[in-house]
Design a protein around this ligand. Sequence first.
Ligand SMILES: [Zn+2]
Length: 69
Amino acid sequence: MATVKKYVIHCDKCTQDFPVFASLYHSIVPETWMKDKAANHDCKAYADQLAKERAPKALNPIKASKKGK
Ligand SMILES: [Zn+2]
């Protein structure tokens, strides 16, 4: 059974740290994987997500923080 871990990845493009939950196979090098994640970060979508989470009228922040799309 693979355990899901939380990785915090820094994106140089939007200078944000974003969490990614994943269970990596033994064959995957975390450093390489994290670089790849940072390189493929959807900065605009993440900015939109942050804006939603910070919106004062968010009815359910926990639900909003889940990746729905
Ligand atoms: Zn980014």
